[in-house]
Ligand binder design. Structure first.
Ligand code: 4AD
Ligand code: MG
Length: 460
């Protein structure tokens, strides 16, 4: 008989016979003449309460069931007389698939996030992480829905590339050469003999690919894993993270900001509707202000101000920041959070950053000092979105690449897009894990990704 997921079973509007559920035992209580089993199958936060009567043939075995064991239960779904649940399952058969030993690490108590990270295979069996990864799954779907409704096409940008989109040099190199016996030329490794005939790396961003396609298909987006070897052991950085990157042709920086704001509002509203139970857990146990913050994002008009204005505010703030503030210096997370959490108390879009702290592809403004960049900052996170209008003018782009020492030969294919039918275009990158942190109140990025990759950590 086919199993039914508890999520679907709980939505039943009437009693049902011959129901099969399969899952893991959260708790077992023995009473006179029967046992209660709480079963969770990962489909939703709620457990199914199973009543196993002592008349069952294997009742002596059932009594030995421990927390963490896997079972298959066949029975009748009935209205529950007990408090706390509408339905319960009266078992006709309890098949024990495996018994978890007493050493089962998830005993009935609260475990720290740090501990749970060390048992990756059991982490999603807890209420908190089950909820988190269901929200993550739902959020992925919401991203595709948003863009589909708007007529964007989904582009699969490559993971292996020969370029460094952000120019920050935080690349994981990819090679098929024997690292213990590298072919040499002029005292350096000779990558012309490597698989691709040149140096290759894991992508830091799908943007350059998205730009190519935006200039053919209009509005596109990528959504996939990106990799950065930045050795910053912070609660907001992982070496492998997922990024959503829309790219719009015939659009400027204002269109970009509008899209970013609309996107964040849509996704927040979507998760509040679609993941009520799971989200409530975070509002109750992780961040008491969660719902206020989420509602605040949906109902507010994001503040928009230039980088210059932001620096002036920070300068006058009287705050004792760890990092220096000044025109030409990048905003640090503490500065971003001050603006969004304390000064404006809502999401903030900062635009027109100095060109010297931004990558080569951003469109230069008429002042020749700033570029048409924009970052969206939200409470608790700081930067959640980074984007810009792109330099679509070939001569300006070439000048900028020369200034920054970027090889025009290597990026010939990118420059070509500015030769044949170039047009104004813009886009941004949304850090998928940062958004999950924002939506759940979780403060460490390692706790919103199934298998976090950080310095010195790649187990599982
Ligand atoms: O600001 P970033 O570096 O922008 C880009 O990569 C552009 N090429 C995007 C574009 O315009 N298409 O990264 C975009 C976002 C950041 O705002 C942040 O949310 C997230 O990606 N991010 C990270 N998330 C987790 N771990 C890291 N190490 C991250 N680095 C960036
Ligand atoms: Mg950025």
């Amino acid at each position: 008989m086919k199993r039914i997921r508890i999520l679907h079973l709980l939505k039943s509007d009437r009693p049902k016979d011959n129901v099969v559920i399969k899952g893991w035992v959260r708790t077992k209580r023995d009473s006179r003449g029967f046992s209660f089993l709480e079963i969770n199958d990962g489909s939703c936060l709620k457990n199914m309460q199973v009543i196993a009567d002592s008349s069952l043939a294997n009742y002596e075995e059932i009594k030995k069931i421990t927390t963490g064991s896997a079972v298959a239960v066949t029975g009748s779904l009935m209205e529950s007389p007990g408090k706390g649940q509408q339905w319960e399952l009266k078992a006709e058969k309890v098949e024990i698939l495996s018994i978890a030993p007493d050493t089962f690490p998830l005993q009935k108590k609260r475990h720290s996030d740090e501990f749970l990270r060390t048992i990756a295979h059991l982490r999603p069996r807890t209420n908190k992480y089950g909820a988190l990864f269901r929200i993550r799954s739902e959020l992925s779907l919401a991203i595709h829905k948003f863009f589909r409704e708007k007529g964007f096409q989904y582009i699969h940008s490559p993971v292996l590339t020969g370029s460094d989109c952000e120019g920050a040099g935080e690349l994981f190199k990819v090679t098929a050469l024997d690292l213990n016996n590298l072919p040499q030329k002029d005292g350096k490794a000779d990558f012309s003999l490597d698989f691709f005939g040149m140096e290759a790396n894991l992508t830091v961003s799908g943007q350059l690919s998205a730009e190519m396609f935006a200039l053919a298909m209009g509005d596109v987006y990528t959504f996939g894993p990106t990799f950065r070897a930045e050795n910053s052991n912070t609660s907001r950085h992982v070496a492998e993270f997922w990024m959503v990157e829309p790219e719009m042709a015939f659009s400027d920086l204002a269109d970009n900001m509008n899209l970013g704001e609309e996107f964040l509002k849509y996704l927040t509203g979507y998760i509040m509707d679609a993941c009520g139970d799971d989200l409530e857990l975070f509002a109750k146990y992780v961040d008491k202000n969660l719902m206020t913050t989420l509602e605040g994002l949906i109902s507010s008009d994001f503040t928009r101000l230039s980088y210059k204005e932001a620096v002036e505010i920070l300068d006058k703030s009287g705050q004792n920041f760890e990092f220096e503030v000044g025109f030409g210096l990048d905003l640090q997370s503490e500065h971003e959070r001050y603006l969004t959490e304390h000064y404006f108390k809502k999401p903030v879009i900062v635009y027109d950053y100095p060109k010297n702290i931004k990558p080569f592809y951003m469109r230069i403004n008429d002042d020749n000092i700033t570029v048409a960049a924009m970052d969206i900052l939200v409470p608790r996170i700081g930067e959640i979105i980074g984007g810009s209008q792109r330099e679509e003018r070939l001569d300006k782009l070439e000048t900028r690449m020369d200034e920054m020492g970027i090889s025009k030969e290597q990026y010939w294919w990118y420059l070509d897009s500015r030769r044949y039918g170039t047009a104004p275009h813009c886009g941004f990158g949304l850090g998928f894990e940062r958004l999950l942190m924002f939506l759940t109140g979780v403060i460490n990025i390692r706790d919103v990704i199934p298998f976090p990759r950080t310095p010195n950590s790649i187990s599982f």
